[in-house]
Design a protein around this ligand. Structure first.
Ligand SMILES: Nc1ncnc2c1ncn2[C@@H]1O[C@H](COP(=O)(O)OP(=O)(O)O)[C@@H](O)[C@H]1O
Ligand SMILES: [Mg+2]
Length: 208
């Protein structure tokens, strides 16, 4: 049985049953407006990056789906299916207390990545899944990078700030505060430089 889970800008997520297990298959589609060769290379490199970084993040202690296989001809990744809801859609339905808890966990996860010099690259609430046990999972690592500098971490934090204010305007303050709390919780004094960089990036408006 195959079911479409999500239709993204660059990919389609399928829910499939294989080996008696429910799995997720992420397929990067071709972009008809790109030259064929460029399109192929882009899909290949994003697929490669995502597969690698899902595993790197997992090794750093962040909840990510386990990867079973990757196919560079068809640009697909086969991974664990996480049963749950996009955090983006859950935000409107939960109490302040639950929201603080989940955002704290989000901040801790980003903190663990940054501690390992990894940035997520697209840290929005649509790339977070909350499972049925209220645990938070990170997905969508196609733009993730290793050997991250303070600037890259500052950009990652800035992207969080921007995503919260654009997508969750009414609850952005409590969400940002608890996310940063979680981040500091993991990084302690190491959080100071990336947070200062985030403020600086916001002030200079370069990514606005
Ligand atoms: N392993 C998974 N299990 C369950 N749902 C998933 C899984 N991976 C992604 N999704 C869902 O599919 C959506 C799109 O996947 P994502 O990796 O973010 O693709 P895109 O690059 O197109 O944004 C996610 O927002 C999430 O809701
Ligand atoms: Mg996504």
């Amino acid at each position: 049985m195959t079911e479409i889970l999500a239709l993204g800008a660059e990919s389609i997520l399928f829910k499939i049953t294989r080996w008696n297990q429910t799995l997720a298959l992420k397929w990067r589609q071709s972009k008809p407006y790109l030259l064929e060769e460029i399109d192929f290379q882009l899909r290949k490199s994003r697929t490669n990056r995502e597969c690698k970084m899902l595993t790197v993040a997992r090794a750093l202690g962040v909840r990510t789906p386990a990867v079973y296989s990757v196919d560079y001809t068809n640009h697909t990744i086969l991974m664990d299916y996480i049963e749950g809801k996009q955090f983006k859609h859950l935000v409107e339905q939960i109490s302040d207390r639950e929201l603080v808890k989940l955002c704290h966990c989000f901040g801790q996860s980003i903190g663990l990545l940054h501690k390992g010099d990894v940035v997520h690259g697209d840290p929005t609430t649509s790339n977070l899944i909350i499972d049925n046990h209220f645990r938070l999972w990170l997905v969508d690592f196609g733009l993730s990078e290793m050997n991250a500098t303070v600037e890259m971490k500052g950009v990652d934090l800035h992207l969080i700030h921007r995503a919260l204010e654009t997508t969750h305007w009414a609850r952005q303050e409590i969400m940002l505060e608890s996310t940063i709390d979680g981040y500091i919780d993991v990084l302690e004094t190491e959080s100071e430089d990336p947070l200062a960089r985030m403020k600086h990036i916001r002030e200079r408006g370069r990514y606005h």
